[in-house]
Structures are given as C-alpha cells and as structure tokens.
Design a protein around this ligand. Structure first.
Ligand SMILES: [Zn+2]
Length: 207
C-alpha cells in the first residue's frame, strides 16, 4: 500500500490503524492500536455509517490511517465517493474566450462557486443551492468522469475548443480529464446540470 500523507496537515508521520482482530499486526512498528488513539473497541462495527449526498448508504469504511502529528484519522483508499468531492474546476476555452468554473463543496452545508471569464472573476464565492450541488454530484456519479480517458483528441492544439475537468477529493486525491476538439460519448448528459444552472451554451461541445 502506498504511503499516504495526512490530508489535514500533510505530515508523513502516518501509522496504520490496527483494529482488534488484526492481532499480531499491532506489534509491527508502523501500526498503532485503535484503542491507543481513542477509537472505541466497537468502532469498526458501529462507528461509521456514511451516506451519499442523495441519501444512499455507502459501503462501510473505517479510517485506516492515523496521523501522529495532528491526531486525525483518515482513510487512504484511492477510490473515493462522489460525496467526498471537495473542489471541481471546469475550464472551457471556446471562441477565443476562457471560462473557468470553480465549485467549492468542501463545506457540505455551504456549497460555493466562482466563475472567471478570461481570468477575470465575474462571480466570486457565490452560494450554490444544495439542490444544484446535488445535481452536479449526481452527474459525476452517473456519468463517471473518473473513468473517462485522460485526454480526448489527437494533439494538444485545437481549432474549436479545449476543456479541462479537475476533481479534488477531501483527502487531496485528484484526477484531471481534458480534451481538444473532442469529448467523451456521455458528455452531453454529464454537462446537463451545468447548462441548466448557468444557462450557458458553452458546455454544448461536439466532437
Ligand atoms: Zn496530520
């Protein structure tokens, strides 16, 4: 398993958490016992039930890492849930204009967005409704940009448009997808909430 840095303080002083049944692992130097960091003995069984933004219960996962510097626990798993999306950056350059949409979902109760056109902010840290936030997250969940190709289009020069989509999860894991003059096959479904919320046709890209 790769070495995870702490998502809270970026420290590398990370220990694996050994839960009760792991027995012998508790004695390994990079493991720390759950009880030594204040996780109750029944924590693994009852401690963490997580729901997606649309109310769907997600598979169970306990933290598996402990940061000795700040004392937080977290999960090192690379496959993240939609509900864990923290920042989305969506860039479209078309007709010589550069549009940048930044969605900040790190505060789950107060989703925000910023829009820049040609590097100038025309909306900054505006509130987005929970309903609109959920529409965007639903699109990520259904049309899975995380499994799109890394890049669409043959070369990086373009004649019509280019686009970049970056998604960062709360623990710092991220992915970037991009394209020039070419889009994935489910694009028009994926961009529907963006079109609806912002009433913008720049999202109507065609291969
Ligand atoms: Zn830390």
């Amino acid at each position: 398993m790769g070495k995870a840095n702490c998502p809270y303080c970026n420290s590398g002083n990370i220990f694996n958490i050994a839960y009760g049944y792991l027995g012998g692992k508790k004695d390994k130097p990079n493991y720390i016992d759950q009880e030594d960091i204040g996780l109750h003995i029944n924590y693994r069984k009852h401690g963490l039930v997580k729901y997606d933004f649309d109310g769907e219960q997600m598979s169970y996962r306990s933290p598996n890492r402990y940061c000795k510097d700040c004392g937080n626990t977290f999960h090192s798993r690379k496959v993240m849930y939609t509900v864990d999306i923290s920042i989305i950056t969506f860039i479209i350059c078309i007709h010589d204009n550069y549009y940048k949409y930044i969605f900040d979902f790190s505060d789950k109760e107060n989703p925000k967005y910023t829009i820049k056109v040609n590097w100038i902010a025309i909306k900054e840290n505006k509130s987005l409704s929970i309903k609109d936030r959920n529409k965007i997250l639903s699109s990520f969940k259904r049309y899975k940009p995380n499994v799109w190709n890394g890049h669409y289009g043959d070369a990086y020069d373009y004649t019509k448009y280019y686009w970049i989509l970056k998604c960062v999860y709360y623990n710092g894991v991220d992915y970037v997808r991009s394209g020039n003059d070419k889009i994935p096959s489910n694009w028009r479904y994926f961009v529907k909430p963006f079109k609806e919320i912002f009433n913008e046709d720049i999202f109507d890209l065609k291969s």
